[in-house]
Design a protein around this ligand. Structure first.
Ligand code: HY3
Length: 174
């Protein structure tokens, strides 16, 4: 049995420490971490009915974020691995995932407004994040967060859908 937190930070995520699966976010194989996170997302998608008060179309568990469990305020880096959509592993700490993690730390009284933390993804890239202020979202208490990081432009692509291409309208091979 594991215990997860469900948090919205641009998408709904389950947040859980890798230790709950007896895995180590820095030492375990990415394939094992990914499988644990994906199995969690899969189960939650079947069990949970979510509803966002303001945005339609986001009310499902988008992914599971594994952490090192270091949620108390500290200037130390805390590690994150976001496994989202259909088993994709984010190389970065994940923008919406980092927003979710700092919001969760705030509501668990681990950080205060304007206390910044540093989050590291699997590639070693870091984002910093803080809570800026508390707000309401529908009937829920919520926060505005600020996430900073660096991204790299890596290309353009153009997709074309021909009129009779039924398969091209969407498919997934696994
Ligand atoms: O950084 C983000 O928010 C995106 N990366 C993976 C999950 C989200 O789509």
């Amino acid at each position: 049995q594991i215990t997860v937190d469900i948090v919205y930070g641009g998408a709904f995520y389950a947040i859980v420490s890798a230790g709950q699966y007896c895995l180590d976010i820095r030492e375990s194989k990415v394939s094992d971490l990914r499988a644990a996170a994906d199995a969690t997302t899969d189960i939650l998608r079947k069990q949970l009915e979510l509803s966002h008060p303001e945005t339609e179309g986001v009310s499902f568990v988008y992914g599971t974020i594994l952490t090192d469990g270091n949620d108390d305020y500290s200037e130390e880096i805390t590690d994150t691995m976001c496994v989202y959509a259909e088993k994709q592993v984010d190389r970065s700490p994940c923008g919406s995932g980092t927003s979710s993690r700092i919001a969760l730390q705030y509501f668990k009284n681990k950080v205060k407004v304007n206390q910044s933390r540093t989050f590291r993804g699997p590639s070693g890239d870091v984002f910093t994040a803080k809570v800026v202020k508390e707000v309401n979202c529908g009937k829920y208490r919520a926060v505005v967060t600020e996430v900073k990081g660096h991204g790299y432009f890596c290309g353009n692509s153009t997709f074309t859908l021909e009129e009779n291409d039924v398969t091209g309208r969407g498919f997934l091979l696994q």
